[in-house]
Design a protein around this ligand. Structure first.
Ligand SMILES: C[S@@+](CC[C@H](N)C(=O)[O-])C[C@H]1O[C@@H](n2cnc3c(N)ncnc32)[C@H](O)[C@@H]1O
Length: 267
């Protein structure tokens, strides 16, 4: 099956709601908060500037940008109508924030009019990341900033023992919900090929220990494996039960690495 994040609306309303909630939860995680704060701190939010988020989802990051940048303008561009509806519902009270349905490879924006472009966990879900980077280059003003923050899914794991059976869920998530698990290793070349200069490139570890964050992954992956006939319902239930047992014991351990690249369009 193709990564559903390539076409979220086709994945159905249940998927939209579940992942809109999951992305809100992820953004409230202290490590994610820190990662986002550290790149937003480095963006100039001048009075008349425009910052856009490409692949804004249900707006978890866009709302943070809008709070920081207020009163200057922030627009989230997102190809899924379902996510845009969720984003609008979740962003009441942000007068400087709007959302537009648009693909990141074809933004309804004039050349050289944007001060900063943010792509947060988007490129790992697209088949042609170079198209999104070329579009970011087109819309950015000279000297404008590009922030790419993405998970290095090639390193994701739920293992806390050798051959940990729970890790099947992490492997399955990466296989079914990610387009390029190795995108992080390619970012610096992609950015340079798009004509931008890399100012910084950092990797931060994120450890997932909460039931709230890990259970959706376990539920969704086991459900799919059962639907495909790969495993029986008893094993799926056992994996969810093992997750819940560890949650109860406080021994859940999920590992993810997140890379943040900050680049500038040259003058
Ligand atoms: C994991 S979500 C991240 C959403 C949001 N940035 C966040 O962190 O909360 C990935 C997003 O990339 C979007 N996406 C997928 N293909 C895209 C494309 N070609 N252009 C723009 N966004 C895209 C999906 O619709 C989805 O909203």
């Amino acid at each position: 099956m193709a990564d559903p994040f390539q076409d979220v609306d086709s994945a159905g309303p249940e998927f939209v709601k579940m992942f809109a909630d999951a992305m809100d939860v992820r953004q409230s995680d202290p490590t994610m908060e820190k990662i986002v704060a550290s790149y937003l701190d480095r963006l100039p939010f001048a009075a008349d500037s425009l910052t856009i988020e490409v692949g804004a989802g249900a707006g978890a990051v866009t709302r943070r940008i809008a709070t920081l940048a207020h009163p200057t303008k922030v627009v989230g561009y997102e190809p899924s109508k379902g996510f845009v509806n969720e984003a609008i519902e979740r962003s009441s009270g942000h007068s400087n924030l709007s959302f537009v349905v648009a693909d990141g490879a074809s933004l309804p924006i004039k050349d050289k009019t944007v001060d900063a472009v943010v792509m947060h966990t988007v490129l790992t879900h697209v088949t042609h990341p170079e198209s999104l980077l070329a579009e970011a280059f087109r819309v950015l003003k000279a000297g404008g900033s590009l922030v790419i923050c993405d998970a290095d899914f090639s390193k994701s794991t739920f293992s806390s023992i050798p051959n940990d059976p729970l890790n099947i869920c992490a492997q399955e998530f990466v296989r079914e919900f990610v387009t390029d698990a190795f995108i992080v290793g390619k970012l610096r070349t992609l950015i340079a090929n798009a004509g931008m200069e890399i100012a910084s490139f950092d990797v931060t570890s994120r450890v997932v220990t909460s039931r709230e964050q890990m259970r959706p992954w376990v539920e969704v992956t086991t459900k799919q494996m059962v639907e495909r006939g790969d495993i029986g319902k008893d094993l799926a239930d056992a994996l969810v039960a093992e997750h819940d047992r560890r949650a109860e014991l406080g021994s859940l351990y999920g590992y993810q690495a997140f890379a943040t690249a900050i680049a500038r369009k040259p003058y």
